[in-house]
Write a protein that binds this ligand. Sequence first.
Ligand code: C2E
Ligand code: MG
Ligand code: MG
Ligand code: MG
Length: 286
Amino acid sequence: QAKHKGRGRYDIFNPLTREAAITRLEMENDLRKAIEREEFCMYYQPIYSLQTDRICGFESLVRWNHYSGKLISPIHFIPIAEEIGLINALGLWILKQSLHQMKIWHQQFSDRLSDRSLWMNVNISPIQLKQIDFAQNVQKALEESGLPSNCLKLEITESCLLDFADSEISVLEQLKNLDIKLCIDDFGTGYSSLSRLHELPIHTLKIDRSFVQKLATSNKNSMVSTIINLAHGLSMDVVAEGVETESQKQILRSLNCNYGQGYFLSLPLDSKAATSLIEYNDLHYR
Ligand code: C2E
Ligand code: MG
Ligand code: MG
Ligand code: MG
């Protein structure tokens, strides 16, 4: 009987899925230790004004510097961190780290930033927004960093707007009252209703890169131009994600898109390379 069961197990768990299961388990255990071990690091991708070519902000993007030597993408570990209840701690670490870096830049470039802003976009998981004290924690982190609140923008996904409970909407209101701006990430891929979009305190729409990639010929009727007009009609700013070519950039500029982000403009960079890029970009405005 036992033998039969045993054989049955092997039928179900072929070597590949067994390995995947172990890797997944190991990953969970490693993730739990990774914060203490300081294995996470932040990359920063600049967000450019498409009207002036000036760097106006950065999006912070987390990576996992696994002790095996691999740099693991957030798409592989953020969902696990969400599942095993680690995302709130990791998210707070990410927020503090991102604010700390922005504070360094504000000090380093204080003479040049007097006439303009340089902000940090931080990605927020829908699970983080379910914490009753989320806005308070953000405020505390901001105070610790010494930055004004208009230097911080939070990116939330469109799909997380859909099933918002009232308590989460009040978190959004609290953030708005703290002068912390909200961006809808990957806009156009979720299912938010237009009335929700209108009634919530949203400052910026980030057009998902799948629409930007289709920009080529018939631009006037493209989704991109439709989203830009929608955003401007609602008095929101627009960022185009995934700008990969010069021609996409030019079309976006001609469609009055406010900001662009993507490999054509710059890859996500470590803090050192991002610092050099700010200096380089700034040379053109002396
Ligand atoms: P996202 O927030 O939409 O971030 C943009 C992703 O697109 C980043 O991938 C970025 O490297 C990539 N990207 C930028 N420009 C281009 C381009 O021109 N072409 C293409 N093909 N891709 C481009 P990344 O860093 O791998 O992050 C993937 C996703 O993981 C993010 O999508 C976000 O949802 C999540 N994520 C990243 N960092 C964090 C974080 O700190 N917290 C949370 N909760 N999620 C994060
Ligand atoms: Mg994002
Ligand atoms: Mg995005
Ligand atoms: Mg995206």
